[in-house]
Design a protein around this ligand. Structure first.
Ligand code: MN3
Length: 215
């Protein structure tokens, strides 16, 4: 054997992540999500998940090759990595799934799958809205694909449906941040108003891409 497993591990560099830029201006989602919320949410909250993830990875003996590898094997990592890798993954996914008000609907293939799984787009929307409204405390509500079926569910904290520890599993197609930091400045305790506003800025092109990639 040329190299032992231990030698290989020490040769693998520690992963280092960077905060991705928003794919639009801070005020691009106004009036549905306000500029200050986007600045604090992206720069401070997401930024802190990234820097805390980098710190935790330096102290960790595992040498994962990618964020997805960490997420899918999250039970092997300490809580700091679960929270911060989840935070980084979920927010990166979330920013891309929104865009300025566009009045779009899901593209044909996803639209057919939504009708097949939920009966109609409006039924899907009200089921998702209800799940997001009723989730207790911080977390995320998701549309996932699992065994060729679309399903709606929520995860606590910064967990997500790709994590091996998650009670709700699948490949995420759409995700909504329902932590208070996502909406409190503008909507205070009215989570339902934030959810209803968010429907206006869903980037259905991106969501449809997510669906096609997952198939
Ligand atoms: Mn958040």
């Amino acid at each position: 054997m040329a190299t032992s497993l231990n030698e290989k591990l020490t040769l693998t560099p520690v992963l280092k992540f960077e905060l991705p830029s928003l794919p639009y201006a801070y005020d691009a989602l106004e009036p549905f999500i306000d500029k200050l919320t986007m600045q604090i949410h992206h720069d401070k909250h997401h930024g802190t998940y990234v820097s805390n993830l980098n710190k935790a990875l330096e102290e960790c003996k595992e040498r994962p090759a990618s964020l997805k590898e960490i997420i899918q094997n999250i039970s092997a990592y300490p809580t700091a990595i679960r929270n911060n890798a989840g935070g980084h993954f979920n927010h990166s996914f979330f920013w891309k799934s929104m865009k300025p008000k566009n009045g779009e609907q899901p593209l044909v293939k996803l639209s057919e799958a939504i009708n097949h799984s939920f009966g109609s787009f409006n039924t899907f929307k009200s089921m998702f809205t209800e799940a997001a409204t009723k989730h207790f405390g911080s977390g995320w509500t998701w549309l996932v694909i699992r065994n060729n079926k679309l399903e709606i569910g929520s995860t606590p904290n910064q967990d997500n449906p790709l994590m091996d520890v998650s009670d709700f599993k699948g490949i995420p197609i759409l995700g909504l941040d329902i932590w208070e930091h996502a909406y409190y400045l503008k909507y205070q305790n009215k989570r339902i108003d934030y959810i209803n506003a968010w429907w206006d800025i869903v980037n259905w092109d991106e969501v449809t891409n997510n669906f096609q990639r997952a198939n």
